[in-house]
Design a protein around this ligand. Sequence first.
Ligand SMILES: [Zn+2]
Length: 308
Amino acid sequence: MFVADAHCDTLYRLAISDDLQKGVPEAQGHCAVSAETLAAGHVGLQTFALFTGRTGPAGTPYLDALKMIRAAAQVDVPILTKALPADPPKEPSGIFSCEGGEMLEGSLARLDEFQSRIKLRIITLTWNHENEIGYPAAGGSSQGLKPFGISLLRKMGQYGILADTSHLNDAGFWDVCEYSALPPIASHSNCRWLCNVPRNLTKEQVKALIDRNGFIGVNFYSRFLKENGKTGIDDVVRHIDALCEAGAEHIIGFGSDFDGIESWPEGLGSPANFPDLLEALSRRGYSQEQLEGIAGMNFWNLLKRVEV
Ligand SMILES: [Zn+2]
């Protein structure tokens, strides 16, 4: 079964966190996401985020992004920087996303440049701090997108780049719904009504994403699955159940956040464990067709639909 994942921070781990000497703790002494673990988990498509903070070791967010693009070669899977193939890849491959938007430095010309070099598919508009685009869920701001954010959305629509609301504050979320020409997504967020953190989605937001045929990638970070205590694969299943109950079955998938999280469900520490999660969903009663959609086809179909 084709598996796709909408978010990981492996390139940051490979290129930046060692430089900073304070990256997320090592999972198993190496990155969770590798050519081997992707193959073991039947992952045909892994989204690799270019995550740039406000300043990094290379000097600017833009230079950090270039460093991460170079680091992608270390993962040793092909990155699809041209048109997607007609059918989902059978062997592990990758696509690029941008997490935070700082690497654009408030310039649409920078977007043109990245687009011709690496073909971004997704831009997560903010990370956990304010930037040129808008305000994060973390800060408690009630302000919506900034003027640059709104012109960026227009340009992203022309390029077929999906606007990702994970990390964005609620006011920004609703602005994306209003101004994005393409279906909005939340690449790595869960249900706020099951785990009450600002990074998760409210029922109203889930409904808005359903109405617009967007996408939600379920995040494996323990603290976004459950407010306290250890988590297991059942906690991921619980969020998937709740999203399906809300009517999101056709727009959900995975946004593991591997290599960007310091705690994860027992038995779900790397892409190699995706078959165990799918097995748990199958035991829960999900049909083959539902499983295929959740495992990867919902995400794939959206990428194909918006590609220009
Ligand atoms: Zn993130």
